[in-house]
Design a protein around this ligand. Structure first.
Ligand SMILES: [Ca+2]
Length: 288
């Protein structure tokens, strides 16, 4: 009797648990089948020059779809204003492909996205065209930079001994590098006000090298300022370099004597021992 009652209770518990699972099953199925969309936005460069056209790569992923969707992609600025529609009809084949992804690239209009220097974060929204609902979003930041032009200078003396003597020809190698230049232009390179050459600067980034040859007629430190000017005469970059000009010691006799004195000073102990030995030999020879 007692044993039978325990068995009945166990069955009761088991059937209650089974009923709970059956009741939850449709709910779990619905949860599992909720259509999910994700979107990511990636720019092709970390920064742009004014007027450059950025390229945005958009990845759209979806899962648990059971029908087709037509989506549009819109861009909102930081204050929530819609600034661009990148795509008005992206077909998502959910009826045949429940889970999938697609990658698209778009050119962002320069007059909207890179019109001025600064940075702005935008929101990209994936919107279901039939319901008008935003199903996924991503953010991306467009940085627009001012042009940067820099000058670096290296020098080489004609004899290659790194000692610049009076009237020795010195070559100044002028390296010009630029980034974020928004349109090609020709700049003029000057060395202390003397025209050296024109430098053709291309849009975006690049580099150029120019040489300037000169001599110095006196000893001491000489400074040369290299300057790049635009067509209106505005200085866009400059760099000053200093060179020390000195005469080399060429009198060989004096040099040998100097070297001898220096050697004796450095090897005093050896010299004293040698002199001592000579003295001992002389004394020994005398007493024979
Ligand atoms: Ca030299």
């Amino acid at each position: 009797m007692h044993r039978g009652a325990g068995k009945a209770l166990r069955y009761k518990r088991l059937s209650a648990a089974l009923a709970l699972i059956l009741a939850l099953a449709p709910l779990l199925a619905v949860l599992a089948a909720t259509p999910t969309f994700t979107v990511t936005a990636t720019l092709d460069k970390p920064a742009y020059y004014v007027g450059e056209t950025p390229t945005l790569t958009v990845d759209i992923e979806w899962s648990d779809l059971s029908q087709n969707y037509t989506m549009k992609l819109v861009v909102l600025n930081s204050t929530g204003g819609e600034v661009a529609t990148l795509d008005s009809a992206i077909e998502i084949p959910g009826a045949t492909t429940a889970e999938g992804s697609t990658t698209k690239t778009y050119s962002l209009t320069a007059s909207i996205f890179t019109a001025e220097v600064g940075e702005e974060t935008y929101e990209l929204r994936l919107i279901d065209t039939s319901s008008g609902l935003s199903v996924a979003s991503a953010s991306f930041t467009v940085r627009v930079k001012n042009e940067e032009i820099t000058i670096n200078v290296a020098w080489e003396d004609a004899s290659g001994d790194r000692l610049v003597e009076p009237y020795e020809t010195v070559e100044f190698k002028v390296f010009i590098t630029w980034t974020f230049v928004n349109s090609s232009k020709t700049l003029a390179l000057y060395a202390d006000g003397q025209f050296v050459d024109n430098v053709d600067v291309s849009a975006g980034s690049g580099s150029a090298q120019k040489s300037y040859y000169t001599t110095f007629d006196s000893e001491g430190t000489h400074s040369i300022t290299f300057r790049l000017e635009d067509s209106s005469g505005k200085v866009v970059a400059q760099k000053a370099v200093a060179v020390t000009v000195s005469r080399k010691i060429t009198e060989k006799g004096a040099s040998i004597i100097e070297q001898g004195i220096a050697w004796v000073k450095q090897n005093a102990i050896v010299v004293i021992i040698l002199l001592g030995l000579v003295l001992i030999v002389l004394i020994v020879m005398r007493h024979r």
